[in-house]
Design a protein around this ligand. Sequence first.
Ligand SMILES: Cc1cc2nc3c(=O)[nH]c(=O)nc-3n(C[C@H](O)[C@H](O)[C@H](O)COP(=O)(O)OP(=O)(O)OC[C@H]3O[C@@H](n4cnc5c(N)ncnc54)[C@H](O)[C@@H]3O)c2cc1C
Length: 500
Amino acid sequence: MTTDTLPARSEAASDAAVAAVAARARELLPDTGVISDHAQLRTYECDGLAHYRVTPALVVMPETAEQVAALVRACAENDLPFVARGAGTGLSGGALPHKDGVLIVTSRMRTIREVRPEDQRAVVEPGVINLAVTKAATPHGYYYAPDPSSQQICSIGGNVAENSGGAHCLKYGFTTNHVLGAEFVTPQGDLVELGGAAPDTPGYDLLGAVVGSEGTLGIVTSTTVRLVRLPEEVRTVLVGFESTDQAGAATSAIIAAGIVPAAIEMMDALAIEAAEAAVQCNYPAGAGAVLVIELDGAAVEVGQEYDAVERLCAENGAFEQRLATDPTDRALIWKGRKSAFAAVGRISPDYIVQDGVIPRTALSEVLKAIADLSGDTGVRVANVFHAGDGNLHPLVLFNDAVEGEGEAAEKVSGAILDLCIEHGGSITGEHGVGIDKAKYMPRMYNDDDLDTMQLVRCAFDPSNISNPGKVFPTPRLCGEVPGRHKGVHPLQEAGVAEVF
Ligand SMILES: Cc1cc2nc3c(=O)[nH]c(=O)nc-3n(C[C@H](O)[C@H](O)[C@H](O)COP(=O)(O)OP(=O)(O)OC[C@H]3O[C@@H](n4cnc5c(N)ncnc54)[C@H](O)[C@@H]3O)c2cc1C
């Protein structure tokens, strides 16, 4: 798939542009911060979605915001595309390199510049690992709430670019609710400030546009994040049900009762089987579904909410409810859930991690439709997801060594996204569009919608050098008049873009 709008140029011209940026990088960075050896470049050829692989022309590892700005400026002067990369755990191919471009890796920008408990803020560089923010804030009585399951390895820069979520985002909101300001390098190489310490700033919400923009608007070089007070009490309960229907009904009943747990996570029988095989989490035997429900807050409030949750689960068919007795027990309950993606490797050689979101009220219907789809096609699907906010993660199982299984799994995976759209949801809940889901965007948006969205990209990046080819299936050239093109688009004619 090619979705590039960069002007085609000869290999020699491209090599010369890369050489010019590499020379600038060598002036700015230590030797170890510039990688141009082909074997070493291959280390960076993919993110967490390993079936897309592209070797970049150059990798650079800046240590300061000023270096990022200077490197991006060099790219702009040489018309060279660049892609930001944090920890490379993304699951939509967002950090997939450009073959003629520069990969700007933030892993050497790992300073937590400030922790300010007095106004519940921390200022962190983009390569800082998510969990490190909580570790730095905990001695002050605070933590960083957005907690992707990858939080031990993913970076804050990647979280901001993907607007990442996690188990505790049900109560506390996604990354966007925790980002107050950012230092940001524009695709022209200017270092600017977006947002700030004050709760609101006048004018357009440019920070809001950057959060979730998947690296297509520029590079974040530091973020001011909101810290949340550590709760007085936490209770985690593991609840076993015979079916996902019952577990879904219990989830709806809890929310309808006005209780917003910190997390409600669901796993179905296949996901439980995988987790048991991998980490022996001792989930209720014979369960068709489990819920992991976590309540946090003031002790009195948590006590009252727990009583209500216990009653509502029982009313909806729970046959076992196990309250974590101590932090070790709690960690074991969470271990089953957090290891579920990788655990699926125990029951299937290959799998697709799908990510879609639906209104919570459609959970039972969509889960049933996924089961029917699986029954009809013979493709097994394990479900593990953030039930509280309707964010599904169906794991579509297949064996690539068996002819046709990969294609069948892809089809089921796409059909699940169609189900999400039909039920008023979206093609991604938290993993982003990247390269992988660009082809699904027209299933949600018409041409006018997509054109209008790209006007925003053009305003930031008229040369389309910041992570080109991601998010949008059919790139529009900045400067061209929006609207449908009759017949063949000039880009198609030139062989540099496809319409899906
Ligand atoms: C096992 C596993 C579990 C996961 N669980 C979750 C989960 O629960 N919730 C969730 O939301 N995600 C989850 N993810 C997906 C992934 O971890 C997140 O998307 C994460 O935010 C990516 O961070 P990263 O540092 O690895 O970013 P990368 O993969 O390096 O990059 C992701 C995107 O961000 C852009 N980017 C990176 N840094 C910057 C920057 N400084 N400025 C601008 N753009 C930048 C890249 O260009 C790319 O488009 C999971 C992944 C794995 C492997």
